[in-house]
Design a protein around this ligand. Structure first.
Ligand SMILES: CC(C)(COP(=O)(O)OP(=O)(O)OC[C@H]1O[C@@H](n2cnc3c(N)ncnc32)[C@H](O)[C@@H]1OP(=O)(O)O)[C@@H](O)C(=O)NCCC(=O)NCCS
Length: 200
């Protein structure tokens, strides 16, 4: 009972994210493993690939409606990985305040399905998203991304895809059950990224 009541109460927590900036040329293409292919995300493809995962399908459809671009890596049977990028000026990614991201292209919502992890897909979809940005924007200036300080796999993936560390964002959030986090305070400093934790 006490546990249930506690779970329904808003609580304050701190989020620390490592920020990355892309400054390089797009790396050479590594072929996708096995029978995987990629496509730019469209509503039709989301409907087909995520028909058994309604929450993810809804979340990704919302990103498209708000103006983000996405890359989907998949085979004929299943999705394997996805990554989205928000153009400057739209209210995405939603975990960061718009005041920080409004002038930049911001990569977010990277996810590799469990069965496909550890095969270089993160590096691949970051590269493919960079191609989408370059095709639309003509350059790769001002492409940023962030990931949680304790997400070692994601931090490694950002570095191997060619991102460079670009400071730390610290946020204080009020987590409101069923509504989401409300950002109470944020700061983006040029602090170095802390050492990565071992993956257990
Ligand atoms: C983080 C995540 C996206 C990595 O996806 P992935 O396709 O498995 O990543 P890759 O195979 O491209 O590997 C990325 C790097 O992490 C390393 N890595 C991945 N899984 C690892 C593991 N279990 N142990 C040690 N290193 C690991 C890889 O060696 C690689 O580093 P390297 O290029 O220096 O060799 C995936 O684990 C995931 O979807 N996690 C849940 C959602 C999430 O955290 N998203 C990121 C938010 S930005």
């Amino acid at each position: 009972m006490t546990q249930f009541v506690l779970r329904t109460l808003p609580r304050v927590s701190q989020r620390i994210s490592c920020v990355y900036r892309y400054t390089d040329d797009i790396p050479e293409e590594d072929p996708l493993p096995n029978d995987l292919v990629w496509n730019q995300a469209t509503q039709g493809l989301l409907d087909r690939l995520f028909k058994d995962d309604e929450p993810r399908s809804k979340a990704l459809s919302m990103l498209l409606r708000k103006g983000a671009l996405g890359v989907l890596i998949h085979n004929s049977a299943s999705w394997a990985g996805h990554c989205f990028v928000a153009p400057p000026g739209i209210s995405l990614p939603s975990h960061l305040p718009k005041s920080l991201t409004k002038d930049f292209w911001w990569m977010f919502y990277m996810h590799t399905k469990d069965d496909f992890r550890g095969q270089g897909l993160q590096k691949a979809y970051i590269r493919l998203c960079l191609i989408l940005v370059r095709n639309l924007n003509g350059s790769l200036e001002s492409v940023f991304s962030d990931t949680s300080v304790d997400n070692t796999a994601s931090r490694k993936g950002h570095l191997s895809a060619g991102f460079e560390p670009y400071g730390i964002i610290r946020q204080l959030e009020l987590k409101i059950p069923k509504i989401g986090p409300l950002i109470l305070h944020h700061e983006w400093t040029s602090d170095s990224h802390p050492e990565m934790q071992e993956i257990q």
